[in-house]
Write a protein that binds this ligand. Structure first.
Ligand SMILES: CC(C)(COP(=O)(O)OP(=O)(O)OC[C@H]1O[C@@H](n2cnc3c(N)ncnc32)[C@H](O)[C@@H]1OP(=O)(O)O)[C@@H](O)C(=O)NCCC(=O)NCCS
Length: 404
């Protein structure tokens, strides 16, 4: 099979390339839908794989800014990756990953990030599981807090146009301190987060938008939907929390109290919550959330030197890595990390690992000691893993509240 992978040139190609994954999600790439999508994913950032001029696969990358411990880093947000079922397991994905990572490298984005549909796909291309995410299903009768909470904030419904002004203010403050959170453009807010289909809501029901304020200052917001269901005259409805973001402390507690107290909800569900979510300590019976954990975002260091130098470190120290990177050989070899800078070195290596293990450690979600125990990092000098752990530690668990 002769394959060519190139960036899309127009909306028609873009639609054919997005259809590679769209078909698995049971959607058609209508012109209206693709026009909207292309306002967040620039057409030239969508690669199409062609065989004899026919598009048989697609892979896109959003231009993101990601919070990392101690800073923000330009990051390629890998998305809508798919191969037409007629051409599966013939190297289409591999060719697209090649073209995409070369492109990301040339653009100078040191990191790439993705949500994996299956955890077996992306390790071979240098991605490592970088966070975990959990979903909850809390019966409303078990939603009491451990400590009494007097309501001080006020809450009110807002329309999308007001949310577009208020929600980003909260998001932008919160995201600065949480690794894995992403910058959002106005278009992102408009067309993804607050978007309601012209028919008046999706099949799942309309999104409800609520802002939490103290003296008129927004310090939290929630997006949720009701899933009404009655059985034998009794409500068995679900309240699905799509996104609940608030400043730490009281605003977060008050926002969740509001969500848990909404009438008719038999249970409150939410997903993509980080492992260090305050609900574990706010709730009197956290076990009743039945928090179930999955792999969260996967990260790849596209440029090891630039990526390691772009984040901050929690402790002083020096560590020398020997990096194996078959797919992006420009990263291979020994790197000395000291004073927050990573440079090529001829010094003896202390930790040896595949680049995917660095992806797992990068946001502070997994420690090098864990990776040593899991067989993903080799400790060549005793104590090196513990030293690297202290340097890479993050006070907050990585959290990416949205699948992109
Ligand atoms: C996943 C998908 C993109 C793979 O595409 P493909 O063109 O068949 O993959 P390739 O032939 O290029 O395979 C490349 C390598 O990945 C492996 N691989 C591909 N899909 C895999 C999967 N689902 N699980 C495990 N390994 C997989 C192949 O065996 C091959 O391994 P090798 O490098 O050792 O030879 C394709 O099956 C697909 O479109 N799936 C549905 C949509 C989806 O899941 N997209 C990913 C969204 S995050």
């Amino acid at each position: 099979m002769r394959l060519r992978v190139e960036p899309c040139a127009d909306l028609g190609e873009f639609g054919d390339a997005v259809f590679a994954i769209g078909q698995y999600f049971a959607f058609d790439p209508t012109e209206e839908r693709m026009e909207r999508f292309s306002r967040n994913l620039p057409i030239e950032r969508m690669h199409a794989a062609r065989e004899s001029k026919k598009i048989v696969g697609g892979a896109g990358a959003f231009p993101f800014e990601m919070t990392v411990p101690g800073g923000v880093v330009p990051t390629a947000g890998v998305t809508v990756v798919g191969t037409y079922p007629t051409h599966r397991r013939r190297g289409v994905l591999r060719s697209m990953m090649r073209a995409q990572l070369d492109d990301v490298h040339e653009r100078g984005e040191p990191m790439a990030l993705l949500w994996a549909s299956e955890e077996t796909i992306y390790g071979r291309f240098g991605y490592g599981m970088a966070s975990v995410a959990g979903e909850i299903e809390l019966p409303r009768e078990y939603s009491a807090f451990a400590r009494p909470l007097e309501r001080e904030a006020s809450l009110r419904f807002v329309e999308a146009d007001e949310a577009l002004e208020l929600f980003p203010r909260v998001w932008n403050r919160v995201r600065r301190s949480v690794p894995g959170m992403l910058g959002r453009t106005r278009t992102w807010w408009e067309l993804r987060i607050l978007f309601a289909s012209p028919a008046g809501g999706s099949e799942d029901g309309p999104k409800r938008l609520v802002v939490l304020e103290y003296d008129g200052r927004p310090e939290g917001y929630a997006i949720y939907r009701h899933k009404p269901k009655w059985e034998n005259g009794v409500s068995n409805s679900e309240l699905e929390v799509i996104e609940a973001i608030a400043y730490d402390g009281r605003p977060t507690a008050e926002l969740w109290r509001y969500l848990f107290d909404i009438d008719w909800a038999a249970r409150i569900t939410a997903s993509l919550l980080p492992v260090d979510h305050p609900l574990f300590f706010l709730l009197a019976t956290p076990r009743r959330m039945r928090y179930r954990v999955f792999d969260g975002v996967w990260a790849r260091l596209v440029d090891v030197g630039a990526a390691l130098s772009a984040r901050g470190y929690a402790a002083d120290g020096t560590v020398v890595f020997d990096v194996v990177d078959e797919f992006c050989p420009w990263n291979e070899g020994r790197w000395r990390l000291s004073d927050g800078r990573a440079k090529r070195t001829t010094a003896s290596a202390q930790l040896r690992c595949d680049v995917s293990a660095l992806g797992s450690a990068y946001l502070g979600g997994f420690s090098f000691s864990e990776l040593v125990r899991g067989g993903r990092v080799e400790e060549l000098r005793r104590g090196a893993a513990a030293r690297a752990d202290a340097m890479f530690a993050s006070t907050r668990a990585p959290w990416c509240p949205e699948i992109f």
